[in-house]
Design a protein around this ligand. Structure first.
Ligand code: NAP
Length: 254
């Protein structure tokens, strides 16, 4: 199963300090990758770094707010200088501002679009430029959502941003196929993390999710990690432009 190994590669995961991002970091590390984590809170980054530490594995951490889109190119150059280059980019950091569409403020709209879409493009562009210039292949994995394809009420900016991720993933896949840069996305179903804590701690919503999901449970960050290993590894070299839903069958069921 050598084609599923990531030895001698370096993977950058935004929002990798907890939740889905940390689950992905753990799996990529287990498959052999060195790891770079970027998130805001330094204490949580340090905790994640300690948990990932293992003989022969390097783990770098960067405290950075991904919504500072104009500073992303500089951050990326710093990371490349420190690590020697990133082979696998996982754009995972994200957030939402919920509310009925008619009450969404310009500030909330801009916050969500900036973090979930503009920052992802800025990271991809920095990665693509470096890979193209250094004539090296690469893998990008964007974190999409069920809302890349369908919607629930009171989440218009989030749905717009994640729908954008679906199209951005395809657009970059087409532009960069000639450079052997594969661009795919993982679309998580309902996953138990801090972000969804208000949802899974509500007994009624919890029941709705388990009932509505054909495989009958919430997903967990490890489920996303295994999918990420596949999309990061040589095993998926002929796959690009895909949104890979890891949702317990949610989108297939009416
Ligand atoms: N959980 C789900 O059911 C689900 C479903 C579909 C899609 N997703 C997507 O999956 C991704 C991760 O979600 P999650 O549930 O794992 O969230 P989470 O548990 O809240 O974790 C979010 C991670 O992103 C970091 N982060 C948040 N805002 C950031 C910012 N401005 N700059 C840098 N880092 C930031 C957080 O660290 P700091 O707070 O320290 O910055 C943390 O490491 C998001 O894109 C989300 O939309 C989640």
């Amino acid at each position: 199963m050598d084609k599923f190994r990531l030895d001698h590669t370096c993977a950058l995961i935004t929002g990798g300090s907890r939740g889905i991002g940390f689950g992905i970091a753990q799996a990529l590390a287990e498959a052999g990758a060195n790891i770079v984590l970027a998130a805001r809170q330094e204490d949580q980054l340090k905790q994640a770094q300690a948990q990932l530490a293992a003989p022969g594995r390097r783990v770098w951490i960067y405290s950075f707010d991904m919504s500072q889109v104009d500073a992303i190119a500089d951050l990326y150059s710093r990371i490349v200088a420190d690590t020697g280059g990133i082979d696998i980019l996982v754009n995972n950091a994200g957030g939402t501002r919920r509310g009925p569409a008619e009450t969404v403020s310009a500030a909330d709209w801009n916050f969500v679009i900036n973090l979930n879409l503009s920052a992802v493009f800025a990271m991809c562009r920095a990665f693509g430029q470096e890979r193209i210039q250094s004539r090296r292949s690469g893998k990008i994995i964007n974190i999409a959502s069920l809302m890349s394809d369908t919607v629930r009420e009171n989440n218009a900016p989030y749905a717009a941003s994640k729908g954008g991720i679906r199209q951005l993933t395809k657009a970059l896949a087409v532009d960069w196929a000639k450079y052997q840069i594969n661009v795919n996305a993982i679309g998580p179903g309902y996953i138990r993390t801090d972000l969804t804590q208000p949802l899974w701690s509500d007994a009624k919503f919890d029941q709705w999710v388990t009932g509505r999901t054909p495989l009958g449970r919430w997903g967990n960050p490890e489920d996303m990690g295994y999918a990420a290993v596949f999309l990061a590894a040589p095993a998926s070299d002929f796959i690009t432009g895909q949104i890979f839903y890891v949702d317990g069958g949610f989108l297939s069921s009416f």
